[in-house]
Design a protein around this ligand. Structure first.
Ligand code: G6P
Length: 608
């Protein structure tokens, strides 16, 4: 999704801006641009496509300035083009913007009536002209921005510069994340701290409605009412390795292989040999957990799949009723909340607009409390939830989520056990589940070592237009996640079905040109699944079965079996995710698509 970087320094900031944009590339975008002020002049450069294109333009036709803003755009209003790329300027003012101004049409009409001409199709150009129209009367960029944001409906993170105040960068946020990076005699802004890790490790997380005035020497922050406030400066201690691919060709492959270590991290300090340690949810958790009688999970994308799996666990192991819904649907419907229901959001980024809106909307609905399972410590979801459980996967750069998903599943098991032992779960069951979790990293390592076998299987998919993924019970959402991975990065149309539904429609699609992937651990539904797969074989479909080594599947002309080591059933869904991630990865590599930044998709979806 769109990314913002800005800098106010005593040196040329162009390189800092371009490097910052490169670090945001993983979020997904279609064009990039920057604006700097030098000798009272505003200089803009824009390029369609990769940041490298913008960098080339800045080298071919050098730009210099000590104050500047930059942006990667993911089109919402108006197609990807140089004209629509940010920054958008209005005479002495330039603006970068993440989010959506919902009342842009009314504002545009008003500004047109005042004589402003619009060159782009974006909602952002409304902001630059509005600021320009307000500036003289306001007397400063800060005041103009304060007046302007009072007129916006929607979500925004904004960075603004003006040649009238050539040392100053002003910024504001509401609904989209923005941080101020604190340097030595230079300061920065960004939509994600990762963009600034090359220049600072100290960050101020702006709160909803905050406006900040940033110069090389100073940072002033004002809350929504206009009152000055002090926000804490956080030091990020994680190493910078996340932004480096190391020995791997793509971030996605690196992140798939990191899962053994990541899942150990997620468990570390949270489980003894036989139990989940209550302290891992924070001190307030005990009193809340004691009252929980039901759980409502909200999430989007891959995180939603994690929620679907957790539902089986909550109801099966803990006897706790659990509902799961995609946040974009839930937020716009009236729902009935049962007494003592815990609102659980799941999110890698902690900034997904729909999930955040669902949380905010839930406050008046009578939930007992809110808890988020999240990967980003200072994200909006973490800050706005009563409780949080961090997944500790480290920054995930590949747009297609991998290690974030499996670490969510482990974190969700901890939550299910913590709540379950206060409900129907026995000490023995807890001990069994925890023992299985301890085995998980080692088993992941064994499965990842089989990577070369998956390369061979993936060759069968490269020429295909469609694929079906089947699973039953808790493995149905795993099939959904496998299908999502394949379509996201290889652009092959892939759908998942509960295998029992096959004969109610999708079987009509099965012929010898249709690869059918099945997720087949040796669980109580194996025999049912086998019968469903026979229906596929009878229609000449090409089967690819990811099966427990003891499940009894045989290779033949139409069936390819990938055997996984025998694993406790409670962790099987997590383990079976890995070969499906690798399958999607290798198919995409063979097809030559952009694995880490698939077309049209964004890592962090901060607009609804
Ligand atoms: C985007 C990403 C997905 C992610 C989804 C939800 O679509 O490309 O990988 O699953 O957003 O994001 P979240 O950060 O809330 O998990």
């Amino acid at each position: 999704m769109c990314g913002i970087v800005g800098a106010a320094a005593q040196r040329n900031v162009t390189k800092i801006l371009v490097e910052g944009l490169k670090r945001l590339e993983y979020r997904g975008y279609d064009s990039a641009g920057l604006a700097v002020i030098c000798d009272q002049q505003l200089t803009l450069r824009k390029a369609l496509g990769k940041v490298a294109g913008l960098e080339e333009k800045c080298i071919a036709n050098p730009v210099k300035g000590v104050v500047g803003i930059a942006h990667t755009r993911w089109a919402t209003h108006g197609k990807p083009s140089e004209l629509n790329a940010h920054p958008h300027s209005s005479d002495h003012i330039a603006v970068v913007h993440n989010g959506i101004i919902e009342n842009h049409a009314q504002l545009r009409q008003r500004l047109r009536n005042q004589g402003y001409e619009f060159v782009s199709e974006t909602d952002t150009e409304v902001i630059s002209h509005l600021l320009h129209s307000l500036y003289d009367q306001a007397g400063s960029l800060r005041e103009a921005l304060r007046l302007a944001i009072a007129e916006f409906d929607g979500a925004y993170a904004l960075g603004v510069i003006s040649t009238r105040e050539p040392d100053t960068l002003v910024c504001a946020r509401s609904g989209s994340p923005l941080v101020v990076g604190v340097g030595f005699e230079e300061n920065f802004i960004a939509s994600d701290p990762l963009a600034l890790r090359q220049v600072t490790d100290r960050f101020i997380y702006l709160e909803e409605g905050d406006l900040a005035v940033v110069t090389a020497a100073n940072i002033e922050i004002f809350e929504q009412s206009g009152k000055p406030v002090t926000r804490p400066v956080d030091r990020i201690t994680e190493t910078d390795e996340a932004s480096d691919k190391g020995q791997y060709r793509h971030f996605m492959l690196k992140e798939i292989h990191e899962q053994t270590r990541v899942l150990r991290n997620t468990l570390q300090g949270r489980v003894s040999k036989t139990a989940v340690l209550d302290g891992c949810f924070g001190t307030d958790a005990q009193t809340i957990f004691d009252q929980v009688e039901a759980v409502q999970i909200l999430a989007c994308g891959t995180s939603y799949h994690a929620g679907m799996i957790a539902r089986y666990w909550f109801e099966d192991w803990a006897g706790i009723p659990c509902a799961v819904e995609v946040a974009s649907e839930y937020r716009y419907r009236k729902s009935v909340v049962r007494p003592n229901t815990l609102f659980v959001s799941i999110s890698q980024s902690g900034e997904t607009a729909d999930t955040l809106a669902a949380l905010r909307g839930s406050r008046e609905s009578g939930y007992l409390a809110s808890l988020t399972v999240c990967n980003v410590a200072n994200s909006s979801l973490v800050r706005e939830s009563d409780l949080s459980l961090m997944t500790l996967a480290g920054p995930e750069i590949g747009v297609a989520s991998t290690k974030a998903f499996t670490s969510q599943l482990v974190a969700l098991q901890l939550l299910v056990i913590a709540l379950g032992k206060r409900a129907a779960m026995s000490r023995e069951t807890e001990a069994e589940l925890v023992a299985a979790l301890h085995q998980l990293p080692g088993l992941c390592e064994q499965v990842l070592a089989l990577d070369s076998q998956i390369v061979r299987i993936s060759e069968a998919f490269t020429e295909k237009k469609n694929a079906l993924f089947l699973g039953r019970g808790v493995d149905y959402p795993i099939a959904m996640e496998g299908a999502l991975k394949l379509k996201e990065i290889s652009y092959i149309h892939a759908e998942a079905y509960p295998a029992g539904e096959l004969k109610h429609g999708p079987l009509a699609l099965v012929d010898d040109d249709m690869p059918v992937v099945a997720v087949a651990p040796n669980n109580e539904l194996l025999e049912k699944l086998k019968s469903n797969l026979e229906e596929v074989q009878a229609r000449g479909g090409k089967l690819f079965v990811f099966a427990d080594e003891s499940a009894g599947f045989m290779n033949d002309g139409n069936t390819t079996v990938f055997n996984l080591p025998h694993a406790p059933l409670s962790i099987a869904p997590i383990l079976y995710t890995l070969p499906l991630q690798l399958l999607a990865y290798h198919v995409a590599v063979l097809k030559g698509t952009d694995v880490d930044q698939p077309r049209n998709l964004a890592k962090s979806v901060t607009v609804e």
